[in-house]
Design a protein around this ligand. Structure first.
Ligand code: PEP
Length: 258
């Protein structure tokens, strides 16, 4: 296994925070802080209404902009939804799909996550697919089974070529927004399992070139240990991504790996 085959990636998930005006203010702070970072990719996934402002503000910088979800259909009667083509046209390059908050509060299933991921990949978006077990599933010792199943279904009918745009984010549900992160050993174990599933489906080369992130209360204090694990290639960051100083510490920790 060779971690240096993968460029670290730090993704901020702003969730339902920041108006367009506040989004520009945050980026005004963040952009100079991470300007020197060149070995780590940085994406901020902002609310839909902030996308245009964020794309405009980050033009010419090392920060890319993504959305937090996408619908599987190209257009039609899906009130409140947004298509991949709409995201592309305004300059979003990436999207998160299958976040546990979408699965828990908005009824998304492994099957709808797969459909959304495929629509995003067909459109050429970098697609960050979230998987992760609940506390009950971990306590029942079914983490590998649950995460393995989520990963396999999410990747159904995704081609080997499309894997170049796939990122898997392992996010234990019990660690998201709780301040309780997985231990480095727990996170590494599940990320390695995810890589082994990718290896079984797509072979060694693709598994070694796919970014697998950890997410779940990653912060300025715990990021270095997590990011140094052999199968953790970056982070999906919620709360700390709203604090430019903390987010910068995480980005720089990723940049210092290898
Ligand atoms: C997330 O929302 O994906 C996340 C990991 O949140 P937090 O970092 O706040 O736990």
């Amino acid at each position: 296994m060779n971690k240096s085959l993968r460029k670290p990636l730090i993704v901020g998930n702003w969730k339902m925070n920041k108006t367009p005006h506040e989004c520009v203010e945050l980026l005004d702070e963040l952009i100079p802080m991470v300007a020197e970072v060149d070995r780590t990719d940085i994406i901020v996934c902002v609310p839909y209404v902030d996308l245009c402002a964020a794309v405009e503000k980050t033009r010419g910088t090392n920060i890319k902009v993504g959305a937090q979800n996408v619908h599987s259909a190209p257009k039609g009667s899906f009130t409140g939804e947004i298509s991949a083509e709409m995201l592309l046209e305004i300059g979003a390059k990436s999207v998160i799909v299958g976040h546990s908050e979408r699965r828990t509060y908005f009824g998304e299933t492994n099957e709808t996550v797969n459909l959304r991921a495929r629509a995003a990949l067909d459109a050429g978006l970098k697609t960050i697919i979230c998987v992760g077990e609940t506390l009950a599933e971990r306590d029942a010792d079914t983490t590998e089974e649950v995460v393995g199943f989520q990963t396999k279904i999410a990747l159904q009918s995704v081609s080997a070529e499309q894997m170049a745009n796939v990122v898997i984010a392992y996010e234990p549900v019990w660690a998201i927004g709780t301040g309780r992160n997985a231990t480095t050993a727990q996170a590494q174990e599940v990320c390695a399992k995810i890589r082994s599933i990718i290896r079984k489906i797509y072979g060694e080369y693709i598994s070694e070139h796919t970014n697998i992130l950890y997410g779940g209360s990653m912060n300025a204090a715990n990021c270095a240990d997590l990011l140094n694990e052999p199968d953790i290639d970056g982070g999906l960051i919620g709360g700390a991504s709203l604090k430019p100083v903390d987010f910068t510490v995480i980005v720089k920790a990723a940049d210092d790996v290898n």
